[in-house]
Design a protein. Sequence first.
Length: 492
Amino acid sequence: MIGQATIYIRPLQQDLPLDSEGAHRASGPVISCLTCQRGVLFSEMKVHRDICIGTSVQESDRDGEESHGEAYVREPDVVSESFPVRPESAGTSVASAVVVTDSEEFEHRASDCEWGLIENPAQASKVFKESLLMEHASGKPLKLKMDMRDTEEDRERALLSFYKQQREWACPLQCALDGDAAVGQGVVRYFLTTIISKLQFGFSLNLGGTGRTLLFEGQPDHLVPATSEALIESNLFQVAGRMLAHSFLHDGPCVTGLSPAIIHVLFNGDPEIATIVTEDCPDLHIRSIIEMLETEELTQEQEDTVSNLSMSWDLPAVTKTNRRWLQNKLLVHAVIGRAKRQIKQLRKGLKDVMVWPFLISRPDVVPLLFPRTGEMLYTPQLLLEKIIWPVGDSDDDDDDEFDVETTCRITGFLRLFIETASPRKLAELLKFWVGWELLPCELKVELSRGSFPTSTTCFETLKLPVHFKTYTDFEAAIVASINSTNTGFGLV
């Protein structure tokens, strides 16, 4: 520094050593070429100088704008390929190189911005999933196979083994059922439905020494992760997180009825401010002890019971002044504290499938991944509005057509079955009809000469035999068919 002036010293180009010491590196200041007056990095001057020497006198006499354009065309690609560009030291040509080098990154960011700007959460979710699947469309396909001739426990082991491995979960999914005639998209629906059904209602495998293995326990809309050490040590909740995210990524069904407090903490919420109610505690014995603190006066026996529980969780004994505070602390520990490791594993599973950044940036999408139980209840009217009924034709002699009387009788049986079925039975019918418990745009009905109702899940078509004369026989047959979905499609 001389006074208040800053002096920069630049060596003359003809005095620079132009022998390369190795591979091209992004180093040195940006200096101007004495021939074309363009800014070039010091380490790239030799390559640029060879270009300038080979330029004809006529090209150098062109106007400045054409000269700049020609120089850019002749500039070698080594600039963009040999080093990461730093904005503070880059010139015009270097800035252009950034666009070429990072085009994929910018396209990904643009896609992110696209779903980030969509107001409707369902539409934003659709755009995100399509973008992620397209990005990995050329990856190694995920091949999921299951032998329908195996026992239910063996099939569950196959599913758990598949999701225990680290994979690129956004790659194309290919599913196959050995021992079954099923093909096409209906098989994918079957797998995703089976996966979510196991998470929702439990595995037949005896993993925790308690018979059927439940990963989530409690009452509807208050489900919390099970506290079994065997499940935690086996990282099954990370597997569950992968299953949940994978089904979400492929527009599959979701686990319903998870406790809002668990969802709040799962997505980095503060446990101390989570809304927890006594129904969130699945252990009825612990719940009854916590509910004792709601009474006006505690007997000595009740105080001892509460104090024994609180001190076992490193909390103070109950007193007249800390009852409300202790009740809240006991509830937080019973619901959140005992599930911290499970929540951490679930979060890791969501991250493995690469949906975590999207869910964190769009909290309004979380209810689509973890809907309430009431939101998934099907009503008869909901299904009837989607059905495309067959039309009888008494004038056609084709064997595939049935008269109006037969058509009305069989479709009337189906309508009566739907109108009198429970929401659970309607969900099972939908699963048999289309392969999972998600309502499509259309539900097709066809008549056939078979013995039992069958479904073509890929085409969302239910085929009803015409030989039934009474509703009782029809109901028994369709219930039997619905109950067969756990053993395969039979005919697809």
